[in-house]
Ligand binder design. Structure first.
Ligand SMILES: [Zn+2]
Length: 120
């Protein structure tokens, strides 16, 4: 298991495998967070204790973005309606990740809701 951990280590998640690609999104929340998202099925991710994070929900209330209650580092987002088989962890929180080997994709969440590098 791969550990995903905030700076103060209160909020810890784990995922079964290292990501091979991550996504940067330019929507209003993601560009402020500076997160690089790696997607998993919620069934694959071991979440932190609920008291370890604080959720942030906005707009159409589809997603909740979680941050550590102590150090404030953003750890993951989850779907609120339970219909999506997808959630994201902030790959920047994986200590052993080799960034030189990862594909970093650009997602246009601000406008077209498509990957900007799809042709590549
Ligand atoms: Zn923390």
């Amino acid at each position: 298991m791969i550990t995903v951990v905030c700076h103060c280590r209160i909020a810890q998640l784990s995922v079964p495998t290292l990501p091979t690609e991550v996504t940067e999104c330019n929507c209003s929340i993601c560009r402020r967070l500076g997160a690089r998202w790696a997607y998993y099925s919620p069934t694959e991710v071991k979440l932190p204790e609920p008291s370890a994070t604080r959720p942030y929900v906005w707009g159409d209330r589809m997603l909740s973005f979680h941050r550590c209650r102590s150090c404030g580092v953003v750890t993951h987002w989850q779907s609120l309606d339970g219909t999506r088989d997808r959630m994201a962890i902030n790959a920047r929180l994986i200590d052993e990740l080799d960034w030189s080997k990862l594909r970093i994709r650009q997602f246009d969440g601000a406008a077209t809701w498509a990957y900007l590098d799809d042709e590549v």
